[in-house]
Design a protein around this ligand. Structure first.
Ligand SMILES: [Zn+2]
Ligand SMILES: [Zn+2]
Length: 727
């Protein structure tokens, strides 16, 4: 009788012991009784004995053989995450797997099925069936998966079907699936090598391919410098060696486009994508194709960092600074940071790419912990960087949020048949509705925020909790009839432009206008076909889209991030503005960027105008060092929210007291309200702890954990966030 220690998706920081009377290995999925339920879990450890009394240990209900066991490698990675992020092991392991592997229904999929001979001789197969004979020969040596047989020919499927119906072979699920990873041969692939690398790009490619073992590279390349071309050449190199590449990208919206692009460069390679937009079956199938080693390129959003990739040879994190790599609930991991750990664990290189690296990564590169690689020139010689300038909104006439200069420039673009983009990071018509008589504001009844006016459907809607009401005809407080919208959102800018340019074709791109799944795709096609004159949109438009006719970018209202209480707000703003500026002027048309601001002399704009990321990063790092912010310290944030204010604060204050009494070398801040102090009728507050070394912080957190668990947190939602990115 063996004891297995099983990870279960329950909020307890422990494994659970069960007995099992068949041979089991770590990583195998099992169905076990838990309370009155049955749960699917993952065997983490096989042992001879348990600390529990024998009569307390229940037997495993079923050992699942329908999928290969989770590799020791992935289990180690998940153990590391549970440990580093101080999150229960079961709630780390199970959610990292595709949903189908977590359910208690067995799965049967092509990827795990093998073929074997029924009649042990090839003599009965007609000689003219050459491919069928070769299949029989191969199966005579050993049982094979479809992937392995495909090496014979891409058309193997038809012959397999024939052999099966004729009764020569059969499909079966191997009892304990041993992955064919090591026998997986190197498949030849076609590389559509259309572009000649520039000298700079070649140097970058050589640095990465020339390194051996784990190396973390920061690829800092200006917009248009051809980072993707570098990625493609790196992939080609890895594919030639028979390795697998993991490419992490920030946005789910971009994955279909990227998938198409990479397939156009590697027409016969097997590329799979992994993101939350896939159906459960598709995600499992793709996951298993990565697991068998069959998929050569794995393209995915943050969750793909937990894919099984037995022949992993390179990780690329594109737009490494992007905040979507950080998960904001459950296991609050940073996919970029986990990817770096994973690369070091697998002893493979990792490339972090960005035009505006995060200050953390940039700092690490300056300190020599990462190797800095630079692309300083645009790949196409003719393409120059856009000319950026500021418009001081206090010294110019504004028409409902748009300056005269910007309107004139848009007019010029329309005459020339070119496109303009107005960037405003606020959707809706106006961020707040106000009564001019008594000063009433459209507060959300359940949140500390305001309800946004959506004039299109005459609603006031809270963007924090989703609560909405019809737009009132008169002031709810004093009955005054004139309610005025204050400030601008995308809908209002769209309306202003419609009045100013009645004949122009205007397209608004934000979360409201792209709710429909196909909508964004259709819009992109319209933009590419130059069927649009003016684009109005949020950050959705900033990322990774190439619009050849776009020559003017207007940035409205960036100022609120300049003096935010979140110390990362300016860093994020710089990256965003740099990214959206990069949309202007590609190929042979030069671009222009106009920024409407009340602070044209702010260092952020000065650096942006001169395309000076280094200058900006250096000044920001100096400020962070002075103020004692990351990357010069390491932080953990304890958050709590609940209906009763006293409960929330009493929990956090007790947590703070217990932290102080531990006398570790950490700074323990005061308990303060969250930046949105109330959301959906829940009071929210937080407690920040920081230390100058990661080790000190981790030691403290380990000591603090039992105290936190001992505190009463009834009716509260509490979370501990390591390396928090939002304040
Ligand atoms: Zn009023
Ligand atoms: Zn609300």
């Amino acid at each position: 009788m063996t004891i297995v220690r099983v990870a279960l998706d329950v909020p307890l920081p422990t494994l659970f012991d069960y007995t099992v009377d068949e041979a089991v290995v770590a990583g195998q999925r099992v169905i076990v009784p838990f309370g009155r339920r049955q749960l699917t879990g993952v065997v983490m450890v096989c042992a001879d004995s348990s600390l529990l009394a024998a009569d307390k240990i229940k037997p495993v209900v079923q050992v699942l053989h329908d999928s290969a066991p989770i590799s020791a490698h992935l289990l180690d990675l998940l153990r590391f995450c549970s440990d580093y992020y101080h999150y229960p092991i079961g709630q780390t392991v199970l959610p990292a797997l595709p949903a189908r592997l977590r359910s208690d229904k067995p799965i049967t999929l092509k990827a795990v099925l093998h073929y074997r001979l029924i009649k042990g001789t090839v003599d009965f197969v007609p000689k003219r069936k050459a491919l069928a004979l070769r299949i029989m020969e191969m199966l005579h040596q050993q049982t094979c998966s479809l992937a392995q047989l495909k090496i014979l020919s891409a058309a193997v499927g038809v012959q397999l079907k024939w052999l099966e119906t004729e009764g020569f072979i059969e499909q079966f699920v191997p009892a304990a699936i041993q992955l064919a990873v090591h026998t997986m041969p190197v498949l030849p692939h076609t590389f559509a090598n259309a572009h000649q690398l520039t000298h700079e790009q070649q140097m970058v490619v050589d640095s990465v391919t020339g390194a051996s073992g784990f190396n973390c590279f920061l690829l800092h390349g200006i917009t248009g410098s051809g980072k993707t071309e570098v990625y493609v050449h790196l992939m080609d190199f890895i594919l030639q060696q028979g390795g697998q590449v993991l490419l992490l990208v920030p946005e789910i919206n971009l994955t279909p486009q990227l998938e198409q692009y990479f397939l156009s460069r590697f027409p016969d390679a097997l590329l799979v994508s992994l993101h939350s937009g896939l159906s459960e079956n598709a995600r499992l199938a793709n996951w298993q194709r990565a697991q068998t080693g069959e998929a050569q390129i794995i393209l995915g959003t943050r969750l793909s960092v937990f894919a099984e990739i037995p022949r992993l040879a390179l990780i690329i994190v594109d737009e490494e600074h992007d905040s979507s790599f950080k998960q904001q609930d459950g296991l609050r991991y940073s996919a970029r940071d986990v990817a770096i750990f994973r690369a070091s664990q697998s002893a493979v290189p990792i490339v972090l790419g960005s035009a505006t690296p995060s200050l953390e990564s940039y700092h690490n590169a300056l300190k020599g912990r990462y190797r800095m690689l630079k692309l300083t020139a645009r790949a196409q010689v003719a393409a120059s960087l856009p000319a950026i300038s500021c418009i001081n909104i206090n010294q110019t006439v504004m028409t409902e949020g748009i300056s005269g200069k910007l309107l004139r420039e848009i007019g010029l673009r329309i005459e020339r048949g070119e496109q303009s983009l107005l960037f405003i990071n606020r959707r809706g018509y106006a961020p707040v509705l106000m009564c001019q008589e008594c000063g009433w504001l459209s507060d959300c009844k359940d949140c500390a925020g305001k309800m946004v006016l959506h004039l299109k459907d005459h609603k006031l809607r809270c963007h924090h909790c989703g609560f909405q009401i019809r737009m009132p005809r008169a002031c709810p407080d004093c009955g005054h009839k004139e309610l005025v919208p204050v400030g601008s959102g995308t809908q209002r800018i769209e309306a202003v432009l419609q009045t100013q340019f009645p004949a122009a074709r205007i397209l608004r791109v934000d979360r409201d206008s792209t709710k429909n799944k196909r909508a964004w795709q259709t819009m992109r096609e319209q933009i590419h076909a130059n069927e649009v004159d003016i684009l109005v949109g949020t950050q959705m438009l900033a990322k990774g889209h190439d619009f050849p006719a776009l020559t003017l970018v207007g940035i409205l209202n960036p100022d609120s991030s300049l003096y935010s209480s979140d110390f990362r707000a300016a860093e994020k703003l710089f990256a965003q503005l740099m990214q959206v500026s990069g949309r202007a002027g590609r190929a042979d048309k030069s671009g222009e960027v106009l920024i409407q601001t009340a602070f044209p002399d702010h260092p952020l704009f000065r650096c942006l105008i001169s395309h000076d990321f280094e200058g900006w990063a250096t000044s920001q790092l100096a400020e962070r060092a002075m103020a004692g912010f990351p990357p010069f310290v390491f932080q953990a944030m304890l958050r709590a929210e609940g209906m009763i204010e006293e409960d929330v604060y009493s929990y956090l204050n007790q947590a703070r007291q217990s932290a102080i009494e531990l006398h570790h070398v950490v700074d323990i801040m005061g308990v303060i309200p969250a930046s949105l102090a109330r959301r959906a009728n829940h009071i929210r507050a937080q407690l920040l702890v920081q230390a100058v070394s990661r080790r000190d912080l981790q030691q403290f957190l380990r000591a603090w954990q039992p105290h936190l668990r001992a505190l009463s947190s009834r009716n509260l939602r509490c979370s501990l966030d390591i390396d928090p990115s939002e304040f």
